[in-house]
Design a protein. Structure first.
Length: 92
């Protein structure tokens, strides 16, 4: 499950603030097999035969705030300023 939502406020001509929340949730399952043929050649590789399974569940929230300012200085030049902050929360 994933998605995002945002609110944008135009405070005055050329200046805006945008706040975004993003969510990502996933379930991951893995299986790793190292065959016994590699175990027999373990003197060269250092690997032994093995079998591993695992499962990982992760829930992630990202918060972002961006402020932007745009102003035309002349017909040929513009001033564009962008500043922001991002935070991430991960729940196992």
């Amino acid at each position: 499950m994933y998605g995002d939502a945002y609110l944008k406020f135009n405070l005055f001509d050329g200046f805006s603030i945008k706040g975004t929340v993003r969510k990502d949730q996933f379930n991951f399952w893995k299986e790793n097999i190292t065959k016994s043929l590699l175990e027999k050649s373990g003197y060269q590789t250092g690997l032994l035969g093995s079998y591993l399974t695992g499962q990982r569940y992760q829930n992630e929230l990202n918060y972002e705030v961006i402020a932007s300012y745009n102003h035309a200085l002349s017909q040929d030049f513009n001033l564009n300023v962008l500043a922001g902050e991002q935070r991430q929360q991960v729940y196992p």
